[in-house]
Write a protein that binds this ligand. Structure first.
Ligand SMILES: Nc1ncnc2c1ncn2[C@@H]1O[C@H](COP(=O)(O)OP(=O)(O)OP(=O)(O)O)[C@@H](O)[C@H]1O
Ligand SMILES: [Mg+2]
Length: 400
C-alpha cells in the first residue's frame, strides 16, 4: 500500500523505528562518553582523613594515630602531593575493622532487599544504587541484581545494557532454566564492595519463559522461586543483596519479592503516586497470598515505605504525607529523601549523591541529600542486623 502523505507527513513503518533505535543507541553511547570523560569508566570516590573519620565514627586525630600504628591502611599522598587520601577499598577496610557489631556474623547469610513499587519513576533505581553504595561504605559486601529489562541500574554503574551486556550475563539463563545459581552472571564494578548482575532489554523474555516453564514443567516447578534458589549460594559470599525491580508486578518482580527478606517501597508523597501504591499493595497481597498457600509461608523481616523525592515547597505534600502515614502506619520510615536538583541534574543522573565530587553542585544541596541518605543507611543497616540476629536465633532453635 502507498504511504499517503497527510499535511506533508508520512506514516511511520516499523523499519523506521528500527533506524531510529539504532540512531538513539549511538547518541547514548556518545553521551555516556562525555558524561564519564576522560576515562569513560566511572571512578570511585577517595576520602580525606577527615571524611574517613566521619565515616567510621572517629575523631580525625584518631585516624592519624591509628594510621601510624600500622594495623590499618595508612592511605597515600594524592597525585598533586598536597594531602593524604584513602581509596574506597582502604576506607572499607577501616569500616569493617571499626564497626564490628554491624558486620554479618559468620553463621548468618546475606539479607536480600527488594526495591519495589509498580509505579514508574518513583526512584526505585536511585534508591537501589544509593543503598548499595552507602551500605558498602559501611563495610558490607553488596551484590546488586538488576531485574529490570530497562537496565537503568546497570547504566548507573557505567555499563550500557544493550551494547555491553549479553543475555547470558543477566538473570535470564536462571529464568530459562539453563542455570541454577547466579554466579555465572556476577561481575565486579568500579565501586569496591559492590558486585553486579546486570540487565539488558532481552531480559523481558523472562516474562514469557517463566509462565511457559510453569505449564511445561508442572507441579515441581515453582516460577516464583527461581531467583530465591538462584541466590542461595551467593548468600554465603555477600552481606547484603539488593534487587532493583521494574515498574510492574511482573513474573520477575514476584521472584524478587519472594527471594527477599525485606522490601523497600519508595513513594513520593503526591496524590497519584499514593493512589497507585494502594493498588500495588492490593495486587501484591492477591498474588503473594496465592503463592503463600502453595508453599512454605513467606515472612519478611521488614517492609518499609520510604518517602522519596519529597518536594517540601509543594503545599499538597504535607496532606499526602498524612494519608501515607494513616495508610501505612509504622511501615513508613521516619526519613524523607528530598527532591533535589542534585539528583535531577544531567551528569548526576549517571550516579548518586555518593558519586558527587565536592564543588560539582551546591554543597548545601548535596549535604541535605547526603544527610537524608545517611539516615536511610542507619535505618536499613539496623534492620539488616536485626534480620541476622533473627537468623542466629533460628539456628539456635534448630540446633540440638
Ligand atoms: N531525590 C530525588 N530528587 C530529584 N530527582 C530524583 C530523586 N530521586 C530520583 N530522581 C530522578 O527521578 C527519575 C526517576 O528515578 P529512578 O530511575 O530512580 O526511578 P525508578 O522508580 O527506578 O524508575 P522506573 O520505574 O522507570 O524504574 C530519575 O530521573 C532520577 O534522577
Ligand atoms: Mg528503575
Amino acid at each position: 500500500m502507498d504511504n499517503i502523505l497527510v499535511d506533508g507527513r508520512e506514516q511511520i513503518a516499523i523499519a523506521d523505528i528500527g533506524q531510529q533505535a539504532e540512531r538513539a543507541k549511538k547518541i547514548l553511547a556518545k553521551v555516556r562518553k562525555t558524561m564519564l570523560a576522560p576515562t569513560v569508566a566511572k571512578e570511585p570516590p577517595v576520602f580525606t582523613p577527615v571524611q574517613l573519620a566521619s565515616l567510621v565514627g572517629l575523631e580525625p586525630r584518631q585516624v592519624d594515630y591509628r594510621s601510624k600504628k600500622g594495623t590499618l591502611p595508612a592511605g597515600g599522598m594524592n597525585s598533586a602531593g598536597t594531602r593524604r587520601e584513602f581509596t574506597l577499598a582502604e576506607a572499607r577496610v577501616w569500616a569493617r575493622e571499626l564497626r564490628p557489631t554491624f558486620m554479618r556474623p559468620a553463621s548468618a547469610e546475606a539479607v536480600a532487599i527488594a526495591i519495589a513499587n509498580f509505579k514508574g519513576g518513583v526512584s526505585k533505581t536511585t534508591t537501589a544504587l544509593t543503598l548499595a553504595q552507602g551500605l558498602s561504605l559501611r563495610g558490607h559486601r553488596v551484590l546488586v541484581i538488576d531485574c529490570d529489562p530497562q537496565g537503568s541500574l546497570t547504566t548507573l554503574f557505567g555499563i550500557l545494557p544493550d551494547s555491553e551486556v549479553d543475555n547470558d550475563q543477566t538473570i535470564l539463563p536462571l529464568c530459562l532454566g539453563d542455570e541454577e545459581s547466579i554466579e555465572y552472571a556476577i561481575r565486579g564494578t568500579y565501586w569496591n564492595g559492590i558486585d553486579l548482575v546486570p540487565a539488558t532489554s532481552s531480559l523481558f523474555s523472562a516474562e514469557f519463559a517463566l509462565p511457559a516453564r510453569q505449564r511445561s514443567e508442572g507441579g515441581s516447578f515453582k516460577f516464583w522461586n527461581v531467583l530465591h534458589n538462584g541466590i542461595e549460594k551467593a548468600r554465603q559470599e555477600y552481606d547484603i543483596i539488593i534487587l532493583d525491580t521494574p515498574p510492574s508486578l511482573s513474573y520477575v518482580t514476584i521472584n524478587a519479592i519472594m527471594a527477599c527478606n525485606g522490601i523497600i517501597t519508595p513513594l513520593p508523597p503526591n496524590a497519584l503516586d499514593f493512589a497507585s501504591s494502594v493498588q500495588f499493595w492490593d495486587l501484591f497481597y492477591d498474588l503473594t497470598s496465592q503463592l503463600d498457600a502453595r508453599d512454605i509461608p513467606k515472612r519478611f523481616d521488614f517492609i518499609d515505605v520510604l518517602l522519596a523525592k519529597v518536594d517540601s515547597s509543594d503545599i499538597a505534600t504535607s496532606v499526602v504525607k498524612e494519608w501515607i502515614s494513616a495508610a501505612y502506619g509504622s511501615k513508613v520510615l521516619p526519613i524523607e529523601i528530598p527532591k533535589t536538583s542534585t539528583a535531577a541534574s544531567a551528569s548526576a543522573e549517571f550516579g548518586s549523591v555518593y558519586d558527587m565530587k565536592p564543588g560539582s553542585a551546591s554543597s548545601r544541596t548535596i549535604k541535605r541529600a547526603l544527610d537524608a541518605y545517611d539516615q536511610l543507611m542507619d535505618a536499613v543497616e539496623s534492620q539488616v542486623v536485626g534480620a541476622w540476629m533473627r537468623q542466629l536465633a533460628q539456628l539456635n532453635e534448630v540446633a540440638p
